[in-house]
Write a protein that binds this ligand. Structure first.
Ligand code: KIV
Length: 259
């Protein structure tokens, strides 16, 4: 039988786009699982839910608790958990922490940020049967200050290609390309056999991922690549306002909602 990660690679081969989204809790994960191939418990939860100015402030126990909730909502998709900053600095630390995440959250794999610099760590995790997803381009755990897209200059493109190949060689099953220029993301996608999952990196990638809260209009992000598919903020506001009016009028709870 084909493994879930095997299915992703096959999709790339068949040129069928891979659908990925983030989730931080069960209720949203349940809905995403109906349509997505991969559900990522991203450390973006730091900025989206906790107002952190950097994902560096997210810690392992936050990731584990949110992932346990997501796990309850994911039945068919591949559930991947982001390893937070400073939890995979060397081989033994990475193995200890990734094992803990895999065991406690029952996820299908983990994601690490980095390219050639984490080749040895990824190989070590693979040797111990931990499925790893890569992440190159903008890697928020290492960005200080303003985010700027990558891959426009020849030298940046070459380095990104080297990073992608190094991750493939180390054994990752897929790699996220974050904010990489169109042509560079096309060349990376064509030069490796594993799927590329783009975020702000063009439709040349084998799949796409977005932060679900952005897509649903629950955040106020103005990032160029974010397309809002819903305006949940205003829908939620409307519902709360109706509830308030009903309570004030005394029309809620009516007989129908009383014992
Ligand atoms: O943390 C996150 O949500 C991510 C994705 C946006 C790729 O890394």
């Amino acid at each position: 039988m084909l493994t879930k990660t095997g299915r992703l690679v096959l999709k790339k081969k068949k040129n069928s786009k891979i659908v990925c989204l983030t989730a931080y809790s069960k209720n949203i994960a349940e809905q995403i699982d109906k349509y997505a191939d991969l559900i990522l418990v991203g450390d973006s939860l730091g900025s989206v839910l906790y107002n952190f100015d950097t994902t560096r402030k997210v810690n392992l126990s936050m990731m584990i608790e949110h992932s346990k909730s997501v796990r309850m909502g994911v039945k068919k998709g591949l559930m991947i958990v982001d390893m937070p900053f400073n939890t995979y600095k060397n081989k033994s630390q990475a193995l200890k922490n990734c094992r803990k995440v895999m065991e406690e959250t029952k996820c299908d794999g983990i994601k690490l940020e980095g390219g050639r610099n984490i080749n040895g760590i990824v190989k070590h995790l693979m040797k111990h049967k931990i499925p790893v997803m890569g992440h190159i381009g903008i890697t928020p755990q290492s960005v200080r200050g303003k985010f700027r897209y990558k891959g426009k200059s020849e030298i940046e493109k070459k380095n990104l290609l080297k990073d992608a190949k190094s991750l493939e060689d180390a054994g990752v099953f897929a790699v996220v390309l974050e904010c990489i220029e169109r042509i560079a993301s096309k060349e990376i996608t064509e030069s490796i056999k594993i799927p590329t999952i783009g975020i702000g990196s063009s439709n040349f990638c084998d799949g796409q991922i977005l932060v679900t809260d952005d897509l649903l209009g629950l955040t106020d992000t103005k990032i160029k690549f974010v397309k809002k598919y819903a305006d949940l903020k205003s829908n939620v506001r409307k519902a709360i306002k109706k509830f308030k009016l009903d309570v004030k009028k005394g029309s809620y709870p009516s007989i129908k909602y009383s014992y």
